[in-house]
Design a protein around this ligand. Structure first.
Ligand code: FES
Length: 506
């Protein structure tokens, strides 16, 4: 056995490792914070750590490095930054209810726990963290694959997420046994993992979950879940629709929750048409050369002031990378300046407008690179633009197909509701400028904050809200887009960065 000392920022942990183990496995077992968006396949380059052992000190990819002896491994302390804990106030409580409960927003990227007084409905405290399952993959597919590949994969992921919620509760000076009930809202895969149910069937066609959490799942005392619509439209969406109240409105609205998957619902009082698109991890900063989640050091917004690029950096310090909202702003700004063509080509210094030549370079294949910082440590590549094109095309095509199947045009949509962290931080005008969202809806946008958390709290406090959740689930008609001819046609059309042209949406 080798002894591994793990430095996490200022803190330190000890672990033991057997021969043949990768550093990533050791870090996972030790519960050290490490992001492994590609699940350890060596593709994303985001599991970089500093390793000091008999061979010296160097940076390595944790997933590609075998332990060969005693070592000292340094990882970044979990960053601060923008976990969306903001949720709307709610009023209704069950008559006669007493004690404490917890509402949990179980996101793929972040987890938020609220401690709530069941009698008054008041929030006693909120704690949040980056989902500890990030060490097993950035998205739900990678985590479901981990369950396929490892005999104890499901048990591991189940324990990790249960342990994390317990830790967040302890930070709120509370133990699970002190609570009357916990109400959980998350996507279908995350709810399966939390419940200890096998999510593998969701990762392969026809993407059927074991349960939709409508009461047929194994019951655990003191634990309840938001009902799901399908494998990729989960309890976070039914909870979000409940929180938005749009299920009671006559007008037709579009509800969007964009992350590694883009989940959407179009409708109102008469029911919803829902779908999900694989927007990929670009919006979470994965698969992007200098991509990162929205933590300290991430460029969250970007705009040109003449030829000068001005950046907003989370935490205000030196830029370390680009998060999803920054990527959208930057792309919109570069398109506007003619540095990215309508087809998505990032131009090199010889082809782009002359005034930007100093900020541009080329890779060995002649593809353009745009440098955001003078020291050239943060940059955007042609491949990054391609990743964003794929992600934004999926979202835009999903919206268009929903509109078509519902027999509506964008003018028929009363409001655009954006739920979740990414939707709250991105600049809606930039998203419209790159053709991801209809420009006609920019002025009609309502930001919901953490709608999944609001919905979970409503259901925790008020049993009539749970009936409404079930009614919403029943009113949602799911549209499977993989293999859908309309989606297959719309998707490539939306790869372009159009000039603002509303006709594209009709
Ligand atoms: S490269 Fe190691 S987790 Fe992706």
């Amino acid at each position: 056995m080798s002894k591994i000392r793990i430095g996490i920022g200022e803190a330190e942990r000890q672990a033991e490792a057997g021969t043949g183990q990768t550093l990533l496995e050791v870090l996972r077992e030790a519960g050290a914070p490490i992001a492994a968006p590609c699940g350890g396949l060596g593709r994303c380059g985001k599991c970089r750590v500093r390793l000091t052992d008999a061979a010296g000190s160097r940076e390595v990819l944790a997933c590609q490095t075998l332990v060969t002896g005693d070592a000292w491994v340094e990882t970044d302390a979990p960053g601060g930054g923008a976990i969306l804990t903001e949720s709307a106030d709610t009023a209704a409580v069950d008559p006669g209810a007493e004690g404490l409960g917890a509402a949990v927003d179980l996101g793929t990227t972040t987890v938020v726990v609220e401690l709530v007084d069941l009698k008054t409905g008041k929030r006693r405290g909120t704690e949040s963290a980056w989902n500890a399952q990030a060490a097993y993959g950035a998205d739900v597919i990678t985590r479901a694959q981990y369950c396929m590949e490892k005999a104890d994969g499901l048990e591991t992921l189940h324990k990790v997420i249960r342990g994390q919620v317990d830790t967040l509760l302890r930070r709120l000076d509370c133990e699970k046994k002190d609570l009357k009930e916990i109400f959980v809202a998350g996507n279908t895969v995350m709810q399966h993992l939390f419940a200890g149910l096998d999510p593998r069937s969701i990762a392969v066609a026809p993407f059927t979950p074991l349960t939709l959490f409508d009461g047929d799942e194994p019951q655990e005392p003191g634990l309840a879940y938001a009902p799901c619509v399908a494998g990729y439209v989960g309890g976070d969406i039914t909870a979000g629709l409940l929180a938005s109240g749009l299920y009671e409105r006559e007008e037709r609205s579009l509800f969007l929750d964009i992350g590694t998957n883009g989940e959407m619902a179009l409708g109102g009082r008469d029911g919803f048409l829902c779908c999900a698109v694989a927007s990929g991890p670009a919006f979470e900063g994965a698969g992007i050369a200098c991509g990162m989640t929205g933590v300290e050091g991430a460029v969250s917004h970007a705009r040109f002031d003449g030829a000068r690029l001005s950046l907003d950096v989370i935490g205000g310090g030196k830029p370390r990378g680009i998060c999803g909202s920054g990527l959208i702003d930057l792309t919109a700004a570069l398109c506007q300046k003619g540095i990215i063509s309508a087809g998505g080509l990032l131009l090199g210094p010889d082809e782009a407008p002359e005034e930007f030549a100093d900020t541009l370079g080329e890779d060995e294949n002649g593809n353009g690179i745009f440098y955001l910082t003078e020291d050239r440590s943060v940059y955007l590549t042609a491949r990054d633009v391609r990743q964003l094109q794929l992600a934004k095309a999926a979202v835009a095509a999903g919206i268009q197909v929903l509109l078509q199947k519902a027999g509506l045009t964008v003018q028929d949509v009363g409001r655009l509701y954006l739920a979740g962290g990414f939707g709250s931080y991105m600049d809606v005008s930039s998203a419209a400028a790159i053709g991801m969202l209809p420009a006609a809806l920019v002025q009609k946008t309502v930001l919901l904050g953490n709608a999944s958390l609001t919905g979970a709290r409503m259901a925790l406090l008020d049993h009539t809200a749970r009936e409404k959740l079930r009614a919403i689930q029943g009113a949602c008609r799911y549209l499977e887009l993989s293999g859908d001819a309309d989606f297959s046609r719309e998707f490539p059309d939306n790869m372009y960065f159009y000039e603002e042209d509303e006709d594209e949406w009709n």
